[in-house]
Design a protein around this ligand. Structure first.
Ligand code: ARG
Length: 466
């Protein structure tokens, strides 16, 4: 009967672990996806052992070739798990023994699964971050595409969900793209910060066999080796960071989804989601539901729950490695997977949605010009607070008369404020109003063109460095 890696000390019950503990202890369903990282780490570690004089050249070559055969098994789907396999590390080591024999028993010299697993996860994280950034850029690119096509399309901008000021549709859409851009920046920063190698920390005290950790770090593409072995094996802050950044990105998608869900209602009818991203009702034949967006909004809860999960896991653990930490990967991979799904769906929704220009522009109303009328008076030299008051009087007058502010005669306007001139008539056109907002970050075409340029350059740079 096969023995656990650590079986030597265990005599009771014929050395057998209880079935229920075996099941709880087994992390293979989750960590099998680290197989390639585990093999990469092991090959580098074998070379470090060779350099330290604990492996002969031939044995090192045998181990490295054997590890490649194990990798092949995984890729081909030939790998079989035994009851005694606890995790991806035990599978790889057992398989290596089967492939190359006795020499495999030297690979774990001075290494512990404690430094091994956290190294593997950091190796995985680089790819996880790269894929997340690529998918975030996919959504940003879809937003750029729609914003470019629809430049000049106006819609009401809202605060408190009340009509506030006229804006361009592209300005609204790019506001979400800029949030996602920040997510990319955060992840890029994490990729740098987390890229420190824990391998060579052993179980927790370090390595007594003269492993060259600086060389090993470089060999595995890390920027440095961790400085404190006890910290290194128990540190999962990078997982918390990653899940937090995923949570934040999912919140950004959730808010975008919420806007879009509102805009697709018959009451608004600003946007039509493509059939490929909608579903019908089993009861009401006329329904076309934005399920895609509801799922994007819904799944963010689950990603945020993972953040709580990993934080609670860490909270109670004493220094260094404790088995609680085995759950880190579930939270990490589930956040990554769910965010990927969410990003793909969001990109598809944006790329394929119809923008109803007429509906958006019909939703603009003259009261939304009030702010610009106040600025009109400011340009005539009136202090803003006073201008605000005058326009308040104009709005109140219009309400009393049951008309729009643009219907009030110049004479009546001048009764409220003598500074009104005939040029106020220039400010009854929404397009003209919008084009006044030509500062950096504004809603004028000039500003939006600049935003598009900034985002396009950003995405190109990101994808190049990802
Ligand atoms: N499967 C374990 C994990 O993912 C590997 C580390 C096990 N270490 C130990 N001392 N039992 O955390």
């Amino acid at each position: 009967m096969a023995q656990q890696l650590w079986g030597g000390r265990f005599g009771e019950n014929g050395g057998q672990t209880s079935d229920c503990l075996t099941t709880l202890n087994c992390s293979l369903p989750t960590d099998a996806r680290l197989f390639a990282d585990d093999i990469d780490g092991s090959k580098a570690y074998a070379e470090a052992l060779l350099r330290a004089g604990y492996l002969k050249t031939l044995d090192c070559e045998k181990i490295c070739k054997g590890l490649e055969l194990v990798r092949f098994d995984w890729i081909e789907g030939w790998i079989k798990f035994l009851n005694t396999d606890e995790d991806v590390h035990t599978v790889n080591e057992r398989r290596l023994c089967e492939v190359v024999g006795e020499v495999a028993l030297r690979l774990h010299t001075g290494r512990s699964r404690n430094d091994q697993v956290v190294t593997d996860l950091k190796l995985w994280l680089r790819k996880g971050i790269r894929e997340t950034i690529t998918s975030l850029c996919g959504v940003i690119k879809a937003a750029i595409q729609q914003a470019t096509v629809h430049i000049g399309v106006l819609m009401p901008g809202y605060t408190h969900m009340q009509r506030a000021q006229p804006i361009q549709f592209s300005h609204w859409l790019l506001s979400h793209a800029f949030a996602l851009r920040e997510d990319c920046v955060r992840l890029t920063e994490l990729r740098e910060r987390a890229n420190i190698m824990p391998l060579g920390s052993g179980a927790m005290a370090g390595n007594p066999l003269g492993i060259d950790r600086v060389w090993l770090a470089k060999r595995l593409g890390f920027s440095a080796a961790t400085q404190n072995s006890m910290h290194a094996v128990g540190d999962r802050d990078f997982v918390v960071d990653f899940i937090y950044y995923c949570s934040l990105a999912s919140l950004h998608l959730s808010r975008l989804a919420e806007d879009l869900i509102i805009y697709t209602t018959k009451e608004f009818d600003f946007i039509k989601i493509a059939d490929a991203f909608s579903t019908g009702s089993s009861l009401m034949p006329q329904k076309c539901n934005p399920d895609s967006l509801e799922l994007v909004r819904g799944i963010s809860s689950s990603i945020c729950a993972n953040l709580t999960g990993i934080m609670m896991t860490i909270k109670g653990t004493p220094t260094t490695y404790n088995k609680d930490l085995q759950f880190d990967k579930q939270y990490c991979f589930s956040s990554f997977d769910q965010l990927q799904q969410s990003l793909r769906v969001t990109e598809g929704v944006i790329r394929t949605m119809d923008v109803h220009r007429h509906q958006m522009e019909s939703a603009l109303s003259p009261d939304m010009l009030a702010t610009d009328w106040a600025y009109y008076l400011v340009r005539k030299g009136i202090p803003f607070r006073k201008a605000h008051h005058y326009i308040g009087d104009v709005v109140a007058h219009a309400e009393k008369m049951g008309v729009d502010i643009t219907d009030i005669s110049l004479g009546d306007l001048q009764k409220i404020c003598p500074h009104f001139g005939v040029d106020i008539l220039n400010l009854v056109d929404y397009q003209v109003n919008v084009e006044q907002y030509n500062v950096v970050g504004g809603t004028a075409t000039k500003s939006i063109t600049e935003q598009l340029k900034v985002l396009s350059v950003f995405v190109t740079d990101m994808l190049k460095s990802a």
